[in-house]
Design a protein around this ligand. Structure first.
Ligand code: WT7
Length: 665
C-alpha cells in the first residue's frame, strides 16, 4: 500500500490557485458549484448525460440503448452506427467549415527561411485521407483488418490513422522510438498484413532509420505482405532504406494514382477502432482495444472541457507535444480535437533542436492558445534555464496541461509562472492508455488547483480511493485508485487475451476497474496519485514493465540474472536501475571491463526495447538480495538505487554482506 501522506506534499497543499475571473466567465464550466452539480447529475443519470454529449456528434444510425453493462464488458451506444473519421472531418465540411485549418504541421529542420510549415484545412485533410483510404483498399485492406503504422511525426501519420478509421480498418500505431523486436511482436500479435512506415524520421537533425528497423523486424516474420513507405528523409530506395520489390511501395506514387473520394464506412459503435500496446507487469506488452462510438464521445467531451476548447474562436490553436504513437497523441492530437472543430498543431522534432527554446519559438510564432506536455519535459525546461522561455512572447497561451506521471509541485509552479505568466490555469490530467481519455483533472474555469494534485473526476467518471474490499478509505489515507462505473472510453479488452484483461483490471477490487495506481484524497476532495502499485514504472511519462527490461537484459549472453527497479530521477521522474548477475566471472568493480560491460548492457536494452528502456544505473553483482523463500527484495533494491539509507528489514536475507557489495557495485 502506498504511503499515506508525505510531509512535503502536505506543506505545498496550502498553495491554491483559483481560475482567473475573466477566464472563468467565458469557460464551458464556470465554477466549482457548477462542476459539482454537473458531476453529481452525470453520475446519477449516466445514460442521459452521455447521450446528450453523443448528440453533439454525427451518427448514421441512432442507438437502441446507451449502455449495456455486464461486468467487465461494456457496450456503449448499442446498435448505433457512426464513423470517427467522418466526425473528425466531414462533419465540419458539412457545416461549411471546409476552409478552416484542421492541422498545422511544423517540420524539425530550420532552414534560412525558417522551418517547413504546412496548414491543412478540413477540405485538404478529407482529400488526403480519402486518397490514402483508397490506397489501403487497393492493397486489399478490409474492415476489421489490422494495419500497422510505424512513422515519424509527419502529417501522413495522421492521414494514415484517419484513413484506417474511414474504412473501418483497425490501426496499430507503434511509436517511432521502438525497435525492430517491438515491431515484430506487434505485427505478430495483431496478425497484420500491411505496414505503413517512413524511410526515416528527423530527430535532432539526424535520420532515425525507421525503414531499416522495419526490414529487420520483417526478417523475423513473414506476416506482412505490403509495406507502404513515405519518403520523408529522401533516403527511400538508397542503401539506407532499400525498397524490396513486390513488397515495398512508394506512398506518393500510390496516392497520386488514387481516387480522391472515398465514403466513410458506417461502423457499429462497438467495432474495433484501434489497438495500442502498453507495458504491463509481465514481460509481454498488452494490446489495448478501443472501439468506435464510446471512445469518440469520451475524447470529444474531455478535449472540450479539459482544455476549454472554443470551436468559434478563429485564434484557437491547440498543441499537444506528445507523439501520435502514444495514447496521448491518439486522443489529444487527433481524435478528441478534430471533432471539436479546432486546429491542432503537430511538431515533427525534439524540444531542443536547433536550440532549447524551440517549443517557445513555436508557441510564439503560431500563437498557440492551449499547450499540453509532460512533467519530464517541464523538468528538462527548468534545467535548461529561464532565459529560453523568457526570450519569447508567450502571451497567446490560455491553458497549460500536463500528463503522464505525477508532477512535483516545484515544476508545477515553474510551469505556471514561467510559461503561463501566472495567468493560465494548469490542468494535471490523470488517465491511461486503458481509459482512452481523461479521468481525473481540473476544469480550467472551475477548479481551484493545488500543485501536484490532479484534482477531481471528469464529468461522468466515478473515481474513488478504496481498500481491497472496495470500501472508501478516509481522507488523506492511502488506498487503491478505482473507477466504480463504466465509462464510454474504457478499454474493451486486451487483444487476444481475455484472461489477462480480467485478471489485470477486474480482479484486484471486486466489481471495480483497477488501474494499479495508489492514491489518496485530501480534505478538499482533491485526488493525489502516489504511484504505481504493480511492477510497472513510469519513466519520462511512459509505462515500462520492469520485467520487460529484465527479459531484455537476460537475453544478453553476459547476463545470468537481472532485477530492475525504479528510482527517483530529477528529470525523468523515475529512472531505471538494473542489478545484474553476470555469467561467468564478475569483472573487477571500476575496471574498464566492468564499465564496458555496463555500457554494452545499456545499449542492448536500447536495441531490444527502445531508448526509453535504457538503464540509468547498472550494478554488476554475483548475487541478488533474496529472502530465504527466494523472493528478490525489491524494496531493498529501490533503496540502494535511490542512495537511501537502508530501512528494509534485512534479517531474512540469505547473504547479509550483499547489501554493501551492491551499494559499491
Ligand atoms: C499511467 C498510465 C495517459 C497518457 C500517458 C501515460 C501515470 C498518467 C498521470 C498524472 C500521475 C499519471 C499513472 C497511470 N499517470 N498521468 N497526471 N499524474 N500519474 O499513459 O502509458 O497508459 O500510463 O501513467 O501511473 O496509471 P500510460
Amino acid at each position: 500500500m502506498p504511503d499515506a501522506s508525505a510531509t512535503e506534499s502536505m506543506l505545498t497543499e496550502t498553495r491554491r490557485f483559483a481560475p482567473p475571473a475573466d477566464f472563468a466567465a467565458q469557460a464551458h464550466v464556470k465554477s466549482m458549484a457548477e462542476y459539482e452539480k454537473l458531476h453529481a447529475r452525470s453520475i446519477a443519470e449516466p445514460e442521459a448525460f452521455w447521450s446528450e454529449v453523443a448528440n453533439e456528434l454525427h451518427w448514421f444510425k441512432p442507438w437502441d440503448a446507451v449502455l449495456e453493462w455486464n461486468l467487465p464488458d461494456a457496450k456503449w451506444f448499442v446498435g448505433a452506427q457512426t464513423n470517427l473519421c467522418y466526425n473528425c472531418i466531414d462533419r465540419q465540411i458539412d457545416a461549411g467549415l471546409g476552409d478552416k485549418v484542421a492541422i498545422v504541421w511544423e517540420g524539425e529542420a530550420v532552414g534560412p527561411d525558417g522551418p517547413e510549415i504546412l496548414r491543412l484545412t478540413y477540405a485538404d485533410l478529407l482529400e488526403r485521407v480519402s486518397r490514402f483510404a483508397n490506397v489501403l483498399k487497393s492493397k486489399g485492406v478490409k474492415k476489421g483488418d489490422v494495419v500497422t503504422i510505424y512513422m515519424g511525426m509527419v502529417p501522413e501519420l495522421a492521414v494514415a490513422m484517419l484513413a484506417c478509421a474511414r474504412i473501418g480498418a483497425v490501426h496499430s500505431i507503434i511509436f517511432g522510438g521502438f525497435s525492430a523486436q517491438a515491431i515484430r511482436d506487434r505485427v505478430e500479435d495483431g496478425k497484420s498484413k500491411l505496414l505503413v512506415t517512413c524511410d526515416g524520421s528527423w530527430r535532432r537533425g539526424k535520420v532515425v532509420p525507421l525503414k531499416a528497423n522495419v526490414d529487420e523486424a520483417l526478417a523475423m516474420t513473414d506476416r506482412v505482405k505490403d509495406v507502404i513507405v513515405f519518403n520523408r528523409c529522401g533516403v527511400a530506395g538508397t542503401d539506407q532504406a532499400p525498397m524490396v520489390a513486390g513488397r515495398d511501395h512508394d506512398w506518393a506514387t500510390l496516392v497520386d494514382g488514387a481516387d480522391p473520394t472515398c465514403p466513410a464506412e458506417p461502423m457499429d459503435s462497438e467495432d474495433l477502432l484501434f489497438i495500442l500496446y502498453t507495458s504491463g507487469s509481465t514481460g509481454k506488452p498488452k494490446g489495448i482495444m478501443h472501439t468506435t462510438g464510446g471512445y469518440m464521445v469520451h475524447t470529444y467531451m474531455t478535449s472540450k472541457l479539459t482544455f476549454d476548447l472554443k470551436a468559434d474562436d478563429p485564434d484557437e490553436l491547440y498543441w499537444c507535444t506528445a507523439d501520435l504513437g502514444w495514447i496521448t497523441g491518439h486522443s489529444y492530437i487527433i481524435y478528441g480535437l478534430l471533432p471539436n472543430r479546432c486546429a491542432t498543431l503537430m511538431f515533427e522534432g525534439g524540444p531542443n533542436h536547433p536550440a532549447p527554446d524551440r517549443f517557445w519559438d513555436i508557441v510564439e510564432r503560431h500563437k498557440v492558445t492551449k499547450f499540453y506536455t509532460a512533467p519530464t519535459a517541464i523538468r528538462a525546461f527548468m534545467k535548461w534555464g529561464d532565459e529560453h522561455p523568457e526570450r519569447h512572447d508567450l502571451s497567446s497561451l490560455k491553458v497549460l496541461g500536463t500528463v503522464g506521471e505525477p508532477i512535483n509541485p516545484e515544476a508545477w509552479v515553474w510551469y505556471h509562472e514561467t510559461i503561463g505568466g501566472g495567468r493560465c490555469p494548469i490542468v494535471d490530467t490523470w488517465w491511461q492508455t486503458e481509459t482512452g481519455g481523461h479521468m481525473l483533472t481540473p476544469l480550467p474555469g472551475a477548479t481551484t488547483t493545488t500543485p501536484g494534485s490532479c484534482c477531481r473526476p471528469m464529468l461522468g467518471i466515478d473515481m474513488a480511493v478504496v481498500n481491497s474490499d472496495g470500501e472508501e478509505v478516509p481522507h488523506n489515507t492511502g488506498g487503491i485508485l478505482v473507477c466504480r462505473k463504466p465509462w464510454p472510453g474504457m478499454l474493451r479488452g486486451i487483444y487476444g487475451d481475455r484472461e489477462r484483461f480480467v485478471e489485470t483490471y477486474w480482479s484486484k477490487v471486486p466489481g471495480m476497474y483497477c488501474p494499479a495506481d495508489g492514491a489518496r484524497i485530501d480534505p478538499d476532495g482533491n485526488f493525489w496519485i502516489t504511484g504505481r502499485i504493480d511492477d510497472v514504472i513510469v519513466v519520462a511519462g511512459h509505462n515500462l514493465g520492469t520485467m520487460e527490461v529484465e527479459s531484455a537484459l537476460v537475453s544478453h549472453p553476459a547476463v545470468a540474472e537481472a532485477a530492475v527497479v525504479g528510482f527517483p530521477h530529477d528529470v525523468k521522474g523515475t529512472g531505471v536501475a538494473a542489478f545484474v548477475i553476470t555469467q561467468g566471472e564478475l569483472p573487477e568493480p571500476g575496471s574498464d571491463a566492468a564499465e564496458q560491460m555496463k555500457k554494452d548492457l545499456v545499449a542492448h536494452c536500447g536495441k531490444e526495447l527502445g531508448p526509453i528502456a535504457k538503464p540509468d544505473q547498472v550494478r554488476l553483482t554475483t548475487a541478488l538480495p533474496k529472502t530465504r523463500s527466494g523472493k528478490i527484495m525489491r524494496r531493498l533494491l529501490r533503496d540502494i538505487a535511490a542512495g537511501n539509507e537502508i530501512t528494509s528489514d534485512v534479517s531474512t536475507l540469505e547473504d547479509k554482506g550483499i547489501v554493501e557489495k551492491l551499494q559499491e557495485g
